[in-house]
Design a protein around this ligand. Structure first.
Ligand code: FAD
Length: 473
């Protein structure tokens, strides 16, 4: 029998798999990853449908965190291809560079609107000299950085589509999602006088030839190569707690109960779910905080078009309110071999709030709205559309409301009382992030646990680390 400590990891998305991979690689732990679905990968998986290999929306492998891309390329080798990044924003019938450049906006909007935008920005610069208070919301943050006209033209409609009213969003939401250049630097970049850096804009990215899902697949293979296991179709239903520690994980496998004993538990399950499993309904304040963390649901509508390819970019953002989607992605732009030569698939992604008319729409209604949008922007004709698919992923977008930081503090202070529990991943850490951040979290947990640090201390340090993550477009 192995004398290694047993670590059970919950969830086989990149969050769980990366933690499992880096932990197994230390040689100190017996790692078992438990996944409720029959397939691994979570939102980073790929799947086959109607002749195509498809991802869950546009996924690129890129990172500005030192060492993360090196780890991915060392693990995957020639399973990865490198692509120049092509993505833009659709504004008033024209495609403009994203991140935004004022010079480019000028061409798209004409001199008068451009002057208006420049004037709006100038006013905010002047106001900033006297106003030293931190921005109170997403809306404040963006107006101060870009001016009101640009906020109203681009950021307000886009943020409203993805997260709902920007005045009710925490400024952290903007900081994570947008380049954090200083004032002068931002002006120079907007004017095109200073180049975007790798910190704000990816010039290239990696993509697995076989579909994005080959990235979690490679992590799972890495776990197995280091003696660990990844078990699918295992539904985690509860925890057995003893003296405040997690002793074992209670699951259902093919409808039958099965327990997995552990020395440590690393969970990438939704934070509210693991919170309920640990404390049940015993602490009202905790319950209120954890169930008060807000999420938006993800909707993906795939449309099959009888034409080899229809876009020039890999993906394009759509802030305008007359189309339902906030982004369109063409799968074959990543690798034409992922589908047949004579047709293409466009994936439209957007989010919806629980209980909203949008979320309650039928699949047929959602598909119709997406096709209407594609026709309106001139990407296709109705008679070229040969098929469609709608996928809904509930609660996948953390929505940082104005009170989220207080709720998170309460939740994590309480969960950190469990001395052998750590959480990771996007919903597991309640952190709006990409898969490279998930990989970084896994690496961080493994390095610090193997160095003998206590789990609650690692968790505290990890929280500080994830607060600095930025999504690079
Ligand atoms: C439209 C879109 C575009 C994106 N673009 C990019 C991009 O360009 N690059 C990038 O790197 N990232 C991108 N991301 C983000 C990326 O998808 C996430 O960061 C990543 O998938 C999070 O992984 P995770 O493991 O934390 O969560 P998940 O992928 O959700 O994995 C959680 C796993 O836990 C399992 N699980 C849940 N409950 C249980 C249970 N009770 N028992 C057992 N298992 C359970 C789930 O089945 C799932 O497999 C994008 C996301 C979206 C939506």
């Amino acid at each position: 029998m192995s004398n290694k400590e047993k670590i059970v990891v919950l969830g086989a998305g990149v969050g769980g798999l990366a933690a499992g991979y880096f932990l197994a690689r230390t040689g100190k732990y017996d790692v078992t990853v438990l996944e409720k679905e029959a397939v691994i990968g979570g939102l980073c998986a790929s799947f086959e449908h109607n002749g195509f290999v498809l991802d869950y929306g546009a996924h690129k492998l890129y990172s500005i965190i030192p060492g993360v891309l090196d780890e991915a390329t060392a693990l995957m080798g020639d399973r990865l291809i490198q692509l120049p990044k092509k993505n833009r924003l659709y504004l008033e019938g024209k495609l403009v560079d994203y991140p935004l450049k004022l010079g480019n906006l000028a061409k798209a909007l004409g001199p008068l609107r451009f002057l208006q935008i420049g004037f709006g920005y100038g006013i905010e610069v002047l106001k900033g000299i006297f106003n030293r208070k931190s921005p109170g919301s997403y809306k404040d943050y963006i107006i101060r950085r870009f001016g009101r006209p640009t906020y109203e033209l681009v950021f307000e409609p886009l943020a409203d589509k993805v997260w709902g009213d920007p005045a009710t969003l925490h400024p952290e939401m903007a900081r994570t999602r947008l380049p954090a250049s200083g004032g002068l630097e931002l002006v120079l970049k907007l004017l095109g006088l200073k180049k975007e850096t790798a910190d704000t804009n990816a010039e290239f990215f990696y993509y697995p030839k076989a579909g994005f899902g080959d990235w979690p697949q490679a992590l799972a293979e890495g776990i197995q190569a280091h003696g660990g296991q990844v078990l699918t179709s295992v539904d985690v239903q509860g925890l057995e707690m003893q003296d405040g520690r997690v002793r074992s994980v209670k699951t259902a496998v093919a409808g039958k109960p099965q327990s997995f004993a552990c020395d440590y538990l690393v969970s990438s399950l939704p934070l509210p779910l693991i919170g309920r499993m640990v404390f049940g309904g015993s602490d009202e304040q905790f319950n209120k905080a954890v169930t008060g963390l807000q999420f938006r649901h993800l909707v993906l509508v795939y449309v099959w078009i009888k034409r080899p390819m229809v876009m020039e970019d890999q993906w394009v953002f759509f802030p305008q309110r007359n189309v339902v989607f906030s982004r369109l992605f063409e799968q074959k732009q990543m690798n034409p071999a992922l589908g047949p030569a004579d047709s293409t698939v466009i994936t439209a992604d957007f989010t919806a709030a629980e209980g909203s008319a949008l979320w309650q729409s039928s699949d047929e209604q959602l598909t119709q709205r997406v096709i209407d949008g594609l026709v309106e922007i001139g990407l296709t004709n109705r008679d070229e559309v040969t098929g469609s698919l709608v996928i809904r992923k509930p609660n996948f977008y953390p929505r940082y409301d104005l009170a989220y930081a207080d709720k998170m503090k309460l939740v994590s202070d309480k969960l950190r009382q469990v001395p052998n529990l750590l959480t990771t991943g996007r919903i597991g850490m309640y952190n709006y992030n990409n898969s490279d951040h998930c990989a970084d979290m896994g690496r961080f947990i493994a390095e610090h646990l193997a160095a003998g640090e206590a789990a609650p201390d690692i968790w505290r340090a990890l929280e500080q680390r994830v607060a600095d993550y930025k999504i690079v477009d």
